[in-house]
Ligand binder design. Sequence first.
Ligand code: 8YV
Length: 319
Amino acid sequence: MSEILIMGNMPDKDLGILKAEFIVHRAIEISNFEKFLVEQGDKISAVATTGFVGVHNNIIEKLENLEIISSNGVGYDSIDATFCADRGIIVTHTPDVLNAEVANTTIMLFLNSFREFSFNEAYLKSGRWKLEGMAPYSRSPDNRIVGMLGMGRIGQEIASRLSMFNPKILYHSRSPKDVPYTYYKDLKTMARDCEVLICITPGGIKTNKLVNEEILTALGPTGTLINIARGSVVDQTALIKTLEDGRLGYAALDVFESEPNVPDELIHMSNVTLLPHVGSATFETRAAMGELTLNNLIEFKRNGKVLTPVPECLNLKKI
Ligand code: 8YV
């Protein structure tokens, strides 16, 4: 029977399914992980992990007979996929099944930032309505110019769900796509031309701190930054600085530079909406992501094929 190493948490039901197919080792139950890698690493042919936990190259190197890493999550910036592909290890992820949910969360961030639901609810619950009268007005989400950094599958779903607010949609990506929105080759020009900048581009070295002080300043004092991608895409120090000195108006964030750490400065700002990385976190969507994570492993074990390889691994023969 093939042996699998599970990094991070996994629901009991999914564990049960894997146990019928593999001999299961859970990293969280192994007391001396280094010793395990030295003594049993060569028996492991599969790894199940999450986008959050990933697998470090130092571990991969010790799993000499590793064939597949199945990661739960669409983002796989915590796994060096090129390093894996060079070693013939197939990496899979869970695209598409979370598009709708992440798009919904983006709409919630957008609405909360414009209509200030968190503030309004606190205003009512703390008794301020009775004491001070009607709450202040907020900004309408309608007819905004929205710039999208990234126009992949989730980006397109966000754009489509935004349409009920009659936005003008601009987008920046490496190359133009077959979409009915206005393409910008230059991110700074787009930031200057839009009122809301939505980040939905993969994390990793290529996008690290792409949204820097210059971009945030271009977005401007009435601009809103929404980040549903990865904390690494935005320069968090510059974000705090530009919000503090008024060069940027608002931010709505589901992701942060060093999760679960969120700087106090952000927590105390009234023009900022914060969520604890819950973009895809519903029972339904997480079940679908879990199922796809398992199906990639099981399909590979039974038939030598996978369902959703990451692009870096598309050329590996076994797919
Ligand atoms: C998960 C995500 O929280 O899919 C992603 O890329 O960011 C989230 O849905 C993440 O994968 C943690 O496992």
